[in-house]
Design a protein around this ligand. Sequence first.
Ligand code: SF4
Length: 463
Amino acid sequence: MYHDKKFSVVNPSKMCQPMGAVQALLGLKNAMPLIHGSQGCSTYMRFQLTRHFREPIEVASTSMNEKTVIYGGEYNLMKALKNITEKQSPSIIAVASSCLTETIGDDMAGIIRKFEDANIDRELPVIVPISTPSYTESHVEGYNRTIKALVENLVIPTAPNGKVNVITGFLSPADVGEVKNILNDLKLEGIILTDISKNLDAPLSESALNLYDGGTTVEQLEDTANSTGTIALSKHADSAGVFLEKKFGVNLISGPLPLGLENTDSFIRSACQLADLEIPESMERDRGRLMDAMVDAHSYNYHRKVAIFGDPDFVSAMTRFTSEMGMIPTVVCTGARSKRFTEDIDTISREKGCSPVTLAGGDLYDMHREIKRVRADILIGNSYGASIALEENIPLFRAGFPIFDRLGAQRISTLGYRGGIDFVDRLTNTILDFYYDEAGYEIVEEELEDVIIEDQEYAEEEM
Ligand code: SF4
């Protein structure tokens, strides 16, 4: 369902492109993201990311104002590049545009070249311009453009390296860690684009203002053209993979997100196929454990109605997974106006025999209206769903981004067989907490009436 005639958005289910760019850049080693725009943009992004990951987040700004909007942002961008280079000595500065600088048409690549020419005698970091016009698409597209810009600007084809590039998309650090664990289990070396697993779930440190010393390196980005293949976990963030395939013949497998049984099977098959590997026994065991968890949980989840919202790849993968668990997706909503998303949901609906209301380009207002109409027993999505869940008297299972009203978002793992087991346990326990009594027996209304009648009869006998 598209909303072609809608002129306003009420509680959006997406964020702006530079937000996706920054999250991708936080997975780089010794890198500084620089937003070419007004200061509020970088403040908003730092605030949103900090309250989700509970880590210090460094995002620089060219701090545009009324004057620079009229005369252009060249002076501010040159000055910001000079300050960052001198004060923080990063290996890479990635400059993402914003609504404002896209609208005035600043030539970021030209200004960066001018800065490099003026400093030809100095050792400069790699500087990459990324066009992220925030008034179109969403943070997912910002992420996509950023990975593509990094690869396009840095790649150096040399000799085959036998590695697999993995474009993760917008995941939690724990989920990126699980992707790395799976590659480890397969004894497969990967280049993770980009690796936030340690940077955004780091030990307590006194030097909070240092750039990250973990994450994907410039050398790894250069090496991506020499890999055996690329697996994009997000169908909406595979442009770097398309570029590598077209230009250097690096095979691309695009999606799905390895969330749930079938999607994880598909990811493992893709990785084994690219590297010509056998599926190891340990993995068969984890798969069996996930199936066991699903069977254990079945009696509690069977035919529960579920509404799901968030990023397109997450929502379609979660729709499939909850269907595999015997639940009934009734409303699925993403902020992106994505044909791939609606096609995915149509395929899942056909295969699983469900027919959810599908909102592509929808907002939380639309979703709430549909939940009122077709009902849901549980809502899966980020913290912005809390008020809807409260009004409908259903539980909110927090997943996605941002989660700011609970702790531990960086450690939530749903990917792979092991993350799937964790998800099944946590989702089922949420249902048990909300719909069942303390002994785990569902209190249905008829039983409740029987209990009341028995109590009344007992009270009368006592009188
Ligand atoms: S939507 Fe535009 S103005 Fe708002 S934070 Fe994003 S880039 Fe800045």
